[in-house]
Design a protein around this ligand. Structure first.
Ligand code: GTR
Length: 419
């Protein structure tokens, strides 16, 4: 009898564990939650004008994200050397291809990041899309003039990445996500940087940008200091420093776009650095556009255990404890106001919680209205493949977690509308 009881208990508890680890995709199982108020300041006062928002509330929210989610970027000057390492024709003479190397040194550490730029010859000063890429600049287009990334890259045999190094076989393998020619034909420039140049995407803080800022004896960021997402965002701001010096770029019209973990990064970089005139999140999910309190698909607990290096260590306090967070992700979207912001989802990307991404974008509208601008008109999700574009834009397209031509065409329409 005792053995049967024990056996039953084992079966029962493994079932509970299995259920616990199984992601929830059922809307009816979302726990009751109340979103933190965008327009109530920490002292309890109601924020009723864009002026009050800019003066107090915006900064309160920014500081909360910094302290509890993405981590503070340490202060301190970095020695920066910028070199144009290549300038040549591309796309049958339609565009100029430029490679710019930024080398950062501090504390006896040094890293370099390469910015790959395509600028349309049709424009004297081109508005620009900028985004980080996952596998190296040379993967976005098969053009032998693009230098192969030299830093560590996650192995991927199908992409020709062997022993964590790019090879000739890697050229253009991610072209489907970067319609370079279409972007040029519409009069936009494109800039991209391999995110691993800034910080390799591994749970290891002995490399990448973090090492330049350690205090003496420090080996790991403090609990409220930057994880990798903040590091990648730092790199985007340094690229913006360069864009401001390049006369061929219209630096008041730079749209920041990112997919997935890089979409989370785009939102955080856009929140911190208001020089990005438009911010676009493509399938950014948990820790990006999706509301954490919905706990559907990927959760804070899950992301913290799978990717402990993305956020600051303080974020662990909110694993399975989302209601204790002083913010939720709609407030991150609201930090873009009054700049146009676009959130995109994919129907097949349940892990990223499309409805949670939509609701974030919807709720951020409260802040846009303070500026006399339109957010999303209703809390009802649009039909698939039907973008809505006001100061806040949104679409859910058919298909999986990816970046497609439909996404890019929508982003270019959105930029046409606002630039
Ligand atoms: C997944 C992760 C997501 C998303 C994605 C990506 O494994 O759970 O949050 O960031 O990776 O970046 O491709």
């Amino acid at each position: 009898m005792r053995y049967i009881c024990c056996a039953l208990m084992v079966i029962f508890s493994t079932e509970i564990i299995a259920q616990k680890n199984e992601p929830n995709y059922d809307e009816s199982k979302i726990p009751a939650y109340t979103l933190p108020e965008l327009l109530t300041a920490k002292d309890g006062k109601t924020i009723s004008s864009s002026k009050q928002w800019d003066k107090t509330r915006r900064n309160e929210i920014l500081m909360d994200f910094q302290r509890f989610v993405y981590g503070k970027i340490p202060e301190g000057a970095v020695e920066t050397r910028t070199q144009i390492i290549k300038e040549t024709d591309a796309l049958n003479g339609k565009a100029t291809l430029k490679e710019v190397r930024m080398t950062f040194s501090r504390n006896n550490h040094q890293i370099s990041m390469d910015i790959l730029l395509f600028l349309p010859k049709s424009k004297e000063k081109a508005p620009l899309f900028v985004g980080l890429n996952f596998y190296g600049n040379h993967t976005i287009l098969d053009d032998p003039n693009i230098s192969l990334a030299s830093s560590w890259i996650r192995n991927n045999e199908a992409f020709g990445i062997i022993d964590n190094k790019a090879t000739e076989a890697s050229r253009g393998v991610r072209h489907s996500r970067w319609p370079v020619e279409k972007i040029i034909d519409r009069g936009y420039g494109l800039a991209t940087i391999y995110y691993g140049d800034i910080d390799p995407d591994v749970n290891d803080f002995s490399d990448g940008i973090h090492t330049l800022f350690y205090g003496s004896g420090q080996m790991h960021p403090a609990k409220d200091q930057w994880g990798s997402i903040s590091g990648w965002a730092w790199g985007l701001s340094r690229a913006m420093d360069y864009f401001e010096t390049d006369k061929a770029i219209d630096n008041k019209r730079i749209a920041l776009m990112g997919h997935s973990r890089i979409g989370k990064t785009a939102l955080w970089a856009g929140a911190m650095d208001e020089r990005f005139a438009i911010v676009i999140s493509n399938d950014s999910g948990c820790g990006g556009a999706a509301l954490s309190r919905r706990k559907i698909g990927e959760t804070v607990g899950k992301i913290n255990s799978s990717f402990p290096h993305w956020f600051c260590d303080n974020f662990n306090d909110y694993s399975n404890n989302e209601n204790a967070l002083p913010i939720d992700q709609h407030m991150l979207i609201a930090l873009m106001a009054p700049r146009p912001v676009y959130v995109a989802s994919a129907e097949g990307d349940r892990w990223a919680d499309p409805r949670g991404e939509f609701l974030s974008a919807y709720h951020a509208g409260e802040v846009y209205r303070l500026f006399g601008l339109d957010g999303l008109p209703s809390d009802k999700m649009p039909e698939v493949n039907q973008p809505i574009m006001h100061s806040v834009g949104y679409h859910i397209r058919t298909g999986k977690h990816d970046v497609t031509d439909f996404d890019w065409e929508s982003y270019m329409d959105f930029a046409d509308m606002h630039f």
